[in-house]
Design a protein around this ligand. Structure first.
Ligand code: FES
Ligand code: FES
Length: 161
């Protein structure tokens, strides 16, 4: 019987019997059916698959599941939902920061990671944090503004968001 790998995903204990070496993204989408994280390039070139592992952004398309045993994984579903959006999600909706939306899950994950350590980032800091993300649409300026706005909303709501 394959060895079970235990993780915490969006605050809930999860196990998988996926073979060592299986990319986290395959487990997240294919097994756990958390569909927000996207496959774009499969080679750490687009950021569409970004999730948090113990609060740090990682590429789910290339990170093997067995390297993550015991870690806390956060996907976009773990930030909030339609009824209770995280300030990052709220700001992106408010500013309509996106067009097709394909890239946005990963971008919002990196935005959260940035704002958790840098609550009032400069435009340059936001751009640097999103440097690993590709967006094929023309939403770049609005995305930068949305991250800054999310920082304001987080400050308004307090740290417990
Ligand atoms: S799908 Fe992971 S970086 Fe593009
Ligand atoms: S909004 Fe379409 S790729 Fe970013």
């Amino acid at each position: 019987m394959p060895e079970q790998i235990e993780l915490v995903v969006n605050g809930q204990a999860r196990t998988t019997a996926s073979a060592p070496g299986t990319p986290l993204l395959d487990v997240v989408r294919g097994e756990w059916r958390l569909m927000a994280s996207r496959f774009g390039c499969g080679s750490e070139s687009c950021g569409a698959c970004m999730v948090l592992a113990d609060g740090k952004p990682i590429y789910a398309c290339t990170t093997p599941i067995d390297a993550l045993a015991g870690k806390a994984i956060t996907t976009l579903e773990g930030l909030g939902d339609e009824a209770h959006p995280h300030p990052v999600q709220q700001a992106f909706i408010e500013l309509q920061a996106g067009q097709c939306g394909y890239c946005l899950s990963g971008i919002m994950i990196s935005a959260k990671a940035l704002l958790d350590v840098t609550p009032k980032p400069t435009r340059a800091e936001i751009a640097a944090a999103l440097d690993g993300h590709l967006c094929r649409c023309g939403a770049h300026a609005r995305i930068l503004r949305a991250v800054a706005r999310a920082g304001e909303l987080m400050a308004e709501r307090g740290v417990d968001v």
